[in-house]
Design a protein around this ligand. Structure first.
Ligand SMILES: Cc1ncc(COP(=O)(O)O)c(C=O)c1O
Length: 363
């Protein structure tokens, strides 16, 4: 859709990236790190002061003490952390429970590692987890379950009930958890984020994956990290050692100090809430219908009242005719389920949103 958007000179609310500038102080810190000579390989697990800063953040947010030397690994992005977690644990034929719809990298990551994705549909239109269905999907071959909250593409946020269901689900099993928490701070409507890091019985079997790109509005940095207990981190690093090996040093040096100011990430929910509410308010005059979302920087809309076309056809026509790109949500389904829903990214400047909504009004 981004390719089509560029070609049609359309406004791209499809791909998830902010179009406003990132924090100038952080940019300065990266420049400074380069000028100060931090331009060689960082240690394989990550720049030690950054690992320390992350451990402090985890302690203060999730009340979990993690060892920065043995339980955190800096990775080139959240997606790489997820991929590496799968490579670490999967053997041919192992089954992984994946929700349908899901972020698009999970299934290819599982398959390329010899695993078998077992999809469990989320309820429509709430996109809640039906734990009865999850239990029905469990077999002797279930090796892992991948969770993602806040959820891309739907913006659903998992609840304390989900955490308790998950605890019961994995209890007395060897099932691993891969938890994609890249939107940990983009959480709206006063909802809390329930991290695997907060629950020792879940963390003991988890790879918890994060992305600095999502937190600091710099998706192009492709820098993230994986937090896992020592016994899992040791194995994770055996894969990482002979793949990326280490990540871009100057950004790690800059983030080591920038991360210490919690105001930067604690202000994100409020900042994003304003953007989401502004987008929703303007869109309320259109024929699109907002579905409930509480997290991530995506808002999904049903266009059932506008057209019966399949979502891929509708989205393509919308770019060509109205000059706004959005992602058809069926693209995130293994089943191809099409509920006539589009995903819009609202992490955009006010001018971008104004311009896009003006066009969407005519659809
Ligand atoms: C759910 C989810 N996980 C992971 C990522 C990727 O993170 P990164 O760019 O750090 O690899 C994205 C990016 O869109 C995402 O939406």
């Amino acid at each position: 859709m981004s390719g089509m958007a560029t070609k049609a000179r359309a406004i791209n609310l499809g791909q998830g990236f902010p179009d406003f500038p990132m924090n100038a102080e952080l940019v300065e810190l990266v420049n400074k790190a380069m000028k100060d000579g931090f331009n060689q390989y960082a240690p394989m697990p990550g720049h030690p002061p950054l690992l320390e800063s992350i451990a402090e953040k985890i302690e203060s947010l999730y009340n979990q003490s993690v060892n920065p030397q043995t339980e955190i690994t800096i990775t080139p992005g959240g997606t790489y952390a997820i991929y590496t977690a799968f490579t670490t644990i999967l053997q041919a034929g192992d089954e992984v429970i994946v929700f349908d719809p899901s972020y698009d990298s999970y299934v290819p990551n599982i398959v390329v590692n010899g695993g078998v994705p077992v999809t469990v549909p989320l309820d429509y239109p709430t996109y809640k987890i039906d734990w009865e269905k999850v239990r029905a999907a469990k077999t002797a071959k279930t090796k892992a379950i991948i969770l993602n909250s806040p959820h891309n593409p739907t913006g659903a946020v998992r609840s304390l009930d989900d955490i308790n269901e998950l605890r019961n689900f994995v209890k007395d099993t060897n099932i691993f958890i891969v938890s994609d928490e890249v939107y940990e701070h983009i959480i709206l409507d006063g909802k809390p984020h329930y991290s695997m890091l907060h629950y020792p019985d879940l963390f003991e079997r988890s790879f918890v994956c994060f992305s600095f790109g999502k937190v600091y509005h710099c998706t192009g940095w492709k820098l993230g990290y994986c937090v896992a207990p020592e016994w899992l981190t040791t194995e994770f690093r055996k894969v990482h050692q002979f793949n990326a090996f280490s990540c871009f040093t100057p950004t790690q040096v800059a983030l080591a100090s920038f991360l210490k100011n919690s105001e930067h990430y604690l202000s994100i929910p409020d900042f994003m809430q304003k953007k989401r509410d502004y987008f929703q308010e303007k869109m309320s005059a259109s024929r699109f219908q907002a579905l409930p979302t509480h997290g991530s920087y995506f808002q999904i809309y049903s266009y059932k009242e506008i057209s019966d076309e399949p979502d891929t056809v509708f989205a393509k026509n919308m770019v060509a005719t109205h000059g706004v790109a959005a992602i058809p949500v069926s693209a995130f389904y293994q089943s191809g389920k099409d509920d006539r829903v589009l995903r819009f990214c609202f992490a955009k400047k006010k001018e971008t949103i104004d311009l896009a909504v003006e066009k969407l009004m005519k659809v």
